[in-house]
Design a protein around this ligand. Structure first.
Ligand code: AP5
Length: 208
């Protein structure tokens, strides 16, 4: 299957992508993770992306589109993938349609994980990630085991100020993707409020 997850920052895309990709046995492509890896490695793209990420702004379209085009040309994603955090603007969505056409592929569904803004800040500020396993925790909603706490990371863009900027970018630049994919008949709306297991079930039901 070829799938996209969209939704506001902190909606639970990363959490759910980890579970859904295991169930469907397809690779998870997260542009946020790709940029964080580039930042960690200190590549020129990472240096450029970091400025935008820390401010809670979107990385310019041409940088992201080039990165995803290259990733989709790899053989491990020929039979399916789950795109997380891409596309995030209409020009990115149009570029993706073009790339898929060139590859003679098409999308199966776009899941929109809906979570109201007032729940987002609490989710984001309490997020912690395990660099060894990639597992995402929350200090209150999904507490990590005590012994791994010292190694957990808190993302530099997970501050209240950056989250407000990310929400603004979501409503201004990413929300127009909702009518874009609705018109293509691909959009599946999924309520992202509730227990993590319950949301996984809702997503699996919507994607069937
Ligand atoms: P990216 O990494 O994609 O961040 P995001 O979209 O802001 O999403 P998050 O990773 O913050 O949240 P999530 O929905 O994955 O939530 P999670 O599962 O972790 O992008 C980061 C930056 O990179 C962007 O700001 C931009 O600068 C750049 N970028 C990336 N892609 C780009 C693109 N295409 N174009 C331009 N720029 C791009 O959950 C959050 C927390 O909530 C966790 O602690 C989790 O434990 C908890 N949680 C999850 N589910 C629940 C639940 N059901 N109940 C309670 N808590 C829950």
């Amino acid at each position: 299957m070829r799938l996209i997850f969209i939704g506001p920052p902190g909606a639970g895309k990363g959490t759910q992508c980890g579970r859904i990709t295991k169930k469907l046995n397809i690779p998870h492509i997260s542009t946020g993770d790709m940029f964080r890896a580039a930042v960690e490695q200190g590549t020129p793209m990472g240096v450029e992306a970091q400025r935008y990420m820390t401010a809670g702004e979107l990385v310019p379209d041409e940088v992201v589109i080039g990165l995803v085009r290259e990733r989709l040309s790899k053989s491990d994603v020929a039979e399916g993938f789950l795109l997380d955090g891409f596309p995030r603007t209409v020009p990115q969505a149009e570029a993706l349609q073009e790339t898929l056409k060139e590859l003679e592929q098409s999308l199966d569904a776009v899941a929109l994980l809906e979570v109201p803004d007032d729940l987002i800040v609490e989710r984001i500020v309490g997020r912690r990630t395990d660099p060894e396993t990639g597992r995402i925790y929350h200090v209150t909603f999904d507490p990590p085991p005590i012994q791994i706490i010292p190694r957990l990371r808190h993302r530099s863009d997970d501050t209240e100020e950056a989250v407000r900027a990310r929400l603004e970018a979501y409503h201004g630049q990413t929300a127009p993707l909702i009518p874009f994919y609705e018109e293509l008949g691909l959009l599946r709306r999924v309520d992202g409020v509730g227990e993590v297991d319950e949301i996984t079930e809702r997503l699996m039901g919507a994607l069937r």
